[in-house]
Design a protein around this ligand. Structure first.
Ligand SMILES: Cc1ncc(COP(=O)(O)O)c(C=O)c1O
Length: 424
């Protein structure tokens, strides 16, 4: 660690997130609702809104065609691409921007087919959101053998000891989440990837529920494919697929035959990507830089170091908010927090899925909404997870999910409203 980085790390350790400053950038936080459906999609800051308006009002033409509006558009799209890549420590040429994570996995599952032969095995989980599940399972029709990594009954989470026996000579790919949108536990992807690589297979990690909460570095994790959705990271409705460069080059073209071989963006996003939303995504970086400059004035750090610091501030703040919710949910005998048994094994992010003894989750959600608490009860498209946990007949799970802009008053309102609802 050089002197500047060491100094910056020291400053970060002594700095607390100025939540009011952050909240001031999100116009949708102005009302009297408490927003706790962040795992469904986060709110967007002024910077994202401004860039969307700027692009659509100033340069929504075919980009890169050598006239002023076109070149301005191309530059703004490139800024958005760079921001989306940097968020996970990738280069712009290593990501593919698509309509959604579901869409990106679908395309990836087709692009990988020529590399797979009948009898090859793919591991999927019974916990993941259907995005990193169904598209792989459908390859069974082509002779691929599917193996299921199942949640551990005690921890209600995925445990590595249950994966190891599934790995063998025929394993080609293991698909799992960095963090489940139901269990809310941040798993050790690097360790899992090391085991999978030792078996000669690749990993495809759904990072959608992880990226809004903790710093993600795809290089440090040593993943082959990693996906996230910017609309859950304070940005617009898009999906981002990271792929190792050598692997992207092996994937079969899913679009026009004449596209350049190294134009992974176009070859793996048939129909093209959304320019205005990609340009708007540049506002995520602009917002995060504003947060950095506010907390570390004068620090002259490169992008990755700034992101490290900002996400550490977010994580520290979120931990404090989350602890109060977790303590409350654990203290009441009539509440069942999903993956309670995994506590101590890994860190929970601010995502809490729970049920209430003898009550329908939908009914509780309706009452919370009547108290202006924005959350929901559902399976949240992790249908296999909810079924495996036996929670379908309970109306699914109630889910409260925090991000950095939720403050202590939000937690007070949630817990107060919950207490009132449970006692009536
Ligand atoms: C963990 C997780 N993975 C994947 C997805 C799907 O993302 P998208 O809507 O971009 O397809 C979601 C969306 O809720 C999610 O929570």
């Amino acid at each position: 660690m050089d002197k500047n980085t060491a100094q910056a790390a020291k400053t970060a350790a002594n700095t607390e997130l100025d939540v009011a400053f952050c909240r001031g950038h999100f116009p949708a936080l102005g009302g009297d609702w408490v927003f706790l459906e962040n795992a469904g999609g986060t709110l967007v800051p002024d910077q994202v809104i401004a860039r969307l308006k700027q692009f659509t009002s100033d340069c929504q033409v075919q980009p890169g065609e050598g006239y002023p509006a076109s070149d301005r558009g191309a530059a703004r799209i490139a800024e958005g691409q760079a921001a989306l890549a940097a968020l996970i420590n990738a280069e712009p040429g290593e990501i593919v921007i698509g309509p959604s994570t579901t869409g990106n996995v679908y395309v990836l599952s087709h692009a990988l087919r020529p590399l797979l032969a009948p009898g090859d095995e793919i591991v999927v989980t019974n916990q993941d959101h259907e995005a990193n599940n169904g598209a792989w399972r459908r390859l069974e029709a082509t002779g691929i053998v599917l193996r299921e990594w199942r949640m551990n009954a005690e921890t209600e989470d995925l445990e590595i000891e249950d994966l190891l026996p599934l790995l063998g000579d025929k394993t080609k790919l293991v698909c799992f989440n960095h963090c489940s949108n139901i269990a809310g536990m941040f798993r050790d992807v690097k360790e899992i990837a090391a085991h999978v690589h030792e078996a000669g297979a690749l990993v495809c990690v759904d990072g959608v529920a992880a990226v809004p909460h903790r710093r993600v570095d795809v290089k440090a994790l040593d993943v082959d494919f990693y996906l996230y959705s910017p609309y859950k990271v304070f940005g617009p409705h898009l999906g981002v697929l990271y792929g190792r460069r050598d692997l992207l080059a092996l994937l079969a073209n899913q679009s026009h035959y004449f596209l350049a071989e190294d134009d992974h963006q176009r070859r793996l996003c048939p129909g093209g990507y959304n320019y205005e939303l990609t340009a708007a995504a540049g506002g995520i970086a602009e917002y995060l830089d504003r947060v950095h400059a506010h907390h570390f004035p004068g620090a002259n750090l490169e992008t990755q170091a700034r992101l490290d610091q900002v996400f550490e501030l977010f994580a520290e703040h979120e931990r404090k908010m989350a602890q109060r919710i977790e303590d409350y949910l654990n203290a009441r005998a009539d509440l069942r927090l999903v993956a309670r048994g995994a506590a101590g094994r890994r860190e929970r992010i601010g995502v809490f899925a729970f049920t209430v003894e003898g009550r329908d989750s939908g009914e509780i959600a309706t009452r919370l909404k009547a108290g202006k608490i924005g959350l929901h009860a559902d399976d949240f498209y992790a249908a296999r997870c909810i079924d495996a946990l036996g929670l379908r007949e309970r109306g699914g799970v109630l889910r409260a999910s925090l991000v950095h802009y939720n403050d202590a008053a939000d937690v007070d309102r949630l817990l107060g409203q919950l207490e009132e609802t449970l006692s009536s």
